[in-house]
Design a protein around this ligand. Structure first.
Ligand SMILES: [Zn+2]
Length: 154
């Protein structure tokens, strides 16, 4: 998924850095990219999924404490459960793969609701970012196709 995003980003950058499209089309594309700047930041920082999980869990915990959230973060019976205390479990963080760590954690905490929510949310962040990138790329490709005949005449 992230590979495909990187490829899309490269394609977009390639067109933006070329003379194949008009300045106005480049500006339109740049404006759209600015709108997803925050998503790009979330996706391109170091350990993006881990940091997203940490923030999601901390926020859910705060909301639960203040009564803004009704659903407990985890429905296990362990008082010491990291999730219930608003922390990403160490075992998840240090696992070889984050997803593997989540699967393992869920063997003892099968209803770790917040982890499932966070993963869904992360996929939707990536999906939204990719969707807008695709639109920008499609617009640029179209602009290039329309600009091409004129350049050939020169
Ligand atoms: Zn638990």
């Amino acid at each position: 998924m992230l590979d495909r995003i990187t490829r899309l980003e490269q394609n977009v950058r390639y067109i933006l850095e070329s003379d194949a499209v008009d300045f106005e089309d480049k500006q339109d594309a740049s404006a759209k990219l600015e709108e997803i700047d925050q998503l790009a930041g979330q996706i391109h920082r170091d350990k993006p999924f881990e940091r997203f999980l940490q923030q999601y869990i901390a926020r859910a915990h705060r909301d639960y404490q203040s009564g803004d959230r009704e659903e407990p973060l985890c429905r296990c019976s362990y008082a010491e459960c990291d999730l219930k205390q608003g922390r990403l479990p160490g075992r998840v963080r240090t696992a070889d793969s984050l997803q593997g760590g989540i699967d393992e954690f869920q063997e003892r905490h099968p209803e770790s609701v917040v982890l499932l929510e966070a993963r869904e949310e992360w996929l939707s962040v990536i999906g939204e970012y990719r969707q807008i990138l695709r639109e920008v790329y499609a617009d640029l490709e179209q602009a290039r196709a329309e600009a091409e005949p004129r350049y050939k005449k020169v």
